[in-house]
Ligand binder design. Structure first.
Ligand SMILES: NC(=O)c1ccc[n+]([C@@H]2O[C@H](COP(=O)([O-])OP(=O)(O)OC[C@H]3O[C@@H](n4cnc5c(N)ncnc54)[C@H](OP(=O)(O)O)[C@@H]3O)[C@@H](O)[C@H]2O)c1
Length: 245
């Protein structure tokens, strides 16, 4: 079984890739920009004797996505699963936002996931347990201020998941979504004070923040045949945090 995880050189994506590798699957790790970080992950995973390769492609650029999946096709011929994880954020209020920043978030977080799905479909068609898992966000269900591009993209991914689940049913490809709550990573930690993060922890009904493994456990479950009758769903992994502000 072979899986492609986008944005797999940091945070949640790296954890998903490593947990798939530990389960004995082959994994293609994608990243977009940070070569130094990718080299460090490559070195770490090689030292653990994992069965993987790393492909660089900016998922918001159609040509790069097309070329990446052409390479997957010529090197592997198929995929059993795609994890659309790569994402970014730029905090801005609508009133003062720069359109370039807004578009960067929408093109990476939403359009990029659509593009990767588009080019992965031919490789997933009728493969064993074929599945796409999209990573959205709690903010796609309950939005917040100063990040509308991120929130709207996350809502769009939840809807894209349902559209794709219907469109791909005749190819036997399931499509689901995971919406993580705040989980410490380089992406989420920027812009929050220590006090604000502690308050998030206290407020959550489980009295803690999300862990990388909370998210990857949910993704690996949805990828597995144990989730064979789950399709078009959005699994909120938030400790119940959506229940109170
Ligand atoms: N952490 C949270 O609290 C949280 C909560 C809800 C949802 N999420 C979602 O979870 C996903 C992962 O977030 P994270 O917190 O783990 O982020 P992270 O630690 O910053 O990792 C982001 C990964 O995405 C890659 N990436 C970014 N832009 C890319 C692009 N255009 N093309 C290809 N790869 C790209 C990065 O590599 P390069 O820098 O090399 O491009 C990196 O590997 C995102 O979709 C995010 O929206 C996170």
């Amino acid at each position: 079984m072979i899986y492609l995880v986008t944005g797999a050189t940091s945070g949640i994506g790296k954890q998903i890739a490593e947990d798939l590798l530990k389960s004995g699957y082959e994994v293609i790790l994608n990243y977009g920009n940070n070569d130094k970080q990718a080299k460090a992950v490559e070195k770490e995973f090689k030292s653990k004797n994992y069965n993987f390769s790393i492909y660089k492609a900016d998922i918001s650029d159609e040509k790069q996505v097309k070329d990446m999946f052409a390479l997957v096709k010529s090197n592997y011929g198929r995929l059993n699963g795609l994890v659309n994880n790569a994402g970014t954020n730029i905090d801005e209020f609508v009133e003062t936002c720069k359109l370039d920043n807004y578009m960067k978030v929408v093109k990476t977080n939403f359009i990029g996931k659509m593009l990767c799905s588009k080019y992965a479909i031919p490789l997933l068609k009728n493969q064993e347990n074929a599945c796409i898992v999209n990573i959205a966000s709690s903010l796609g269900v309950r939005p917040d201020t100063e990040c509308s591009a991120y929130c709207c993209s996350a809502s769009a991914i939840i809807t894209l998941t349902k559209c794709l689940a219907m469109e791909l049913s005749d190819y036997s490809i399931r499509v689901n979504c995971v919406s993580p709550a705040f989980t410490p990573t380089p992406l989420s930690l920027s812009g929050w004070t220590k006090e604000e993060i502690e308050a998030k922890e206290k407020r959550n009904p489980r009295h803690r923040l999300g862990k990388l493994t909370d998210m990857s456990n949910a993704v690996l479950f949805l990828l597995s045949d144990k989730a064979d009758y789950i399709n078009g769903e959005n699994l909120k992994v938030n400790g119940g945090g959506i229940l109170k502000k």
